[in-house]
Design a binder for this molecule. Sequence first.
Ligand code: NAP
Length: 310
Amino acid sequence: MTNKVQIGKTGLYVNPIGLGTNAVGGHNLYPNLNEDTGKELVRTALKNDINFLDTAYIYGPERSEELIGEVLKETGLRSETIIATKGAHKFVGENTVFDNSPAFLKQSVEDSLKRLQTDYIDLYYIHFPDDSTPKDEAVGMLKDLKDQGKIKAIGVSNFSMDQLKEANKDGYVDVYQGEYSLLARDAEKELLPYAVEHNISFVPYFPLASGLLAGKYTKDTAFNDLRANSPHFQAGVFKRNLEKVEELKKIAAEKNVEVAHLVLAWYLAQPAIDVLIPGAKRAEQAIDNLKTLEVSLTAEEIKNISSIFN
Ligand code: NAP
């Protein structure tokens, strides 16, 4: 059994390698997803001691939560599993808008509980900020839900620095989730230092830059999913990123580890980061990422990896 780590100041203890599940039933993000493959991914991850699942209402929409709920029921592993989910998206006719109003969040938590077939959610995030709700009022509703036992910890995602400060006025924010990778390091300026100072755990999304930092692409690889629009994958930028990944490969080879695990270990060496949620489409990838736990980095290696991407 892997040693579990505490997520920030929450009462949640997890394997530092979790699982991002936007490719489990996330039909609106990836074309041609097979739901049985997604369920098998979750089942295999849970059976191999990965106990932290990251999902959201909008993955599907709804299907990711529903499929996870089915697997938890079937395996009987609910009590050993830490589920993080998110809400804020609202469909208005053809359009999707964000809603952080207390009433909407309350209803969203109820709906997620049903889809996940559970009576509590371990970590509930406001997925995106809206323009109108004061963020401390939004978080105030999550605090009420926490007091009622419907959620166990409070998260916000994609908030600006100012929005995070407003959200955390009363000190209720436990976890912040935002984009952060060796290729997207803006969070180092303000968000990560604030997280350390306020004991907020920072969960980076796109830790592998959608697979780019796993070292498996070449300049000829073509993409037909969300990667086609990602800034990291656009012609000249993509080529330069591949060159940086080649540098990483040298360090990985010297240590006899794989690039993906070297990169994931680099995040875990940071004080604000307790747990990672690399995404996977197949069970082998999730299991493979557990090898990260065998990688230890010296201070010099941490610096060298960082400087490749500066
Ligand atoms: P990611 O973790 O950077 O990349 C995942 C992709 O990397 C996989 O789909 C797979 O690509 C590849 N991969 C994973 N492990 C690998 C391995 N060992 N070897 C080779 N390739 C490997 O990106 P992500 O999945 O989009 O993001 C992670 C999670 O963050 C999501 O699942 C979601 O839960 C969360 N997220 C949250 C937000 C938010 O707004 N809060 C936004 C985005 C994502 P292929 O299978 O295609 O090869």
